[in-house]
Design a protein around this ligand. Structure first.
Ligand code: IMP
Ligand code: MG
Length: 188
């Protein structure tokens, strides 16, 4: 290994690769059961960038004719289209979603602000249904109620990275969910 190994910045592995794989299998089964009799278009919407790995792993295991789309939402930053306090940095590739059942795939549900706005926005645009699948949930941090349809893990109030989640755009490439060392935040 070269001069910098990102694993050195991890205090503790919270969810290892095997547990993540098992979780993806369980959730994909749950998703199949919910949508198996649907005659509508089912669109899995990956919320960038954090749910990149989770959404990719999940879609591989769903044996239904799903479609994939992406949305880049941010609760801060005022660039591009804005809906409420959430700005959509890059929207869905399709304009008309009135014939779609939307399944939003997110990395983590924290305060709930981003997702409540995003789900409301998709409903306003006339989707047949809008459901939420989140890999992680930090219920102790919630400020806005958000109904969760599919959930991976409920976790304590720790700042986690890896498997898509970042700190300052880094650590997304770790294959597990880890707790970042406190000294990493202090240096910023
Ligand atoms: P909220 O639910 O509106 O507070 O926003 C959730 C967003 O905050 C997520 O999509 C993440 O981008 C980010 N976030 C919250 N908690 C963490 C964490 O522990 N690690 C990395 N990102 C986090
Ligand atoms: Mg995110």
């Amino acid at each position: 290994m070269g001069i910098y190994n990102i694993e050195n910045d991890i205090e503790k592995i919270l969810i290892d690769e095997e547990s993540l794989d098992k979780c993806v299998c369980r959730i994909s089964n749950e998703i199949e059961k919910v949508y198996e009799n649907s005659k509508n278009r089912i669109v899995l919407v990956c919320v960038l960038k954090g749910s990149l790995i989770f959404a990719s792993e999940l879609m591989k295991r769903i044996r239904l004719p799903i479609e994939i789309d992406f949305i880049h939402a941010s609760s801060y930053g005022a660039d591009t289209i804005s809906c409420g306090n959430v700005s959509i940095k890059s929207g869905l590739s399709r304009q008309d979603i009135t014939d779609c059942e939307i399944l939003v795939v997110e990395d983590i549900l924290d305060t709930g602000h981003t997702l409540s706005k995003l789900l409301a926005y998709l409903k306003e645009r006339g989707a047949l249904s809008v459901k939420l699948c989140t890999l992680l949930n930090k219920p102790s941090r919630r400020q806005v109620e958000v109904p969760v349809d599919f959930e991976g893990f409920s976790i304590p109030d720790e700042f986690v990275v890896g498997y898509g989640l970042d700190f300052n755009e880094k650590y997304r490439n770790l294959p597990y969910i880890g707790i970042l060392k406190k000294e990493i935040y202090k240096n910023i």
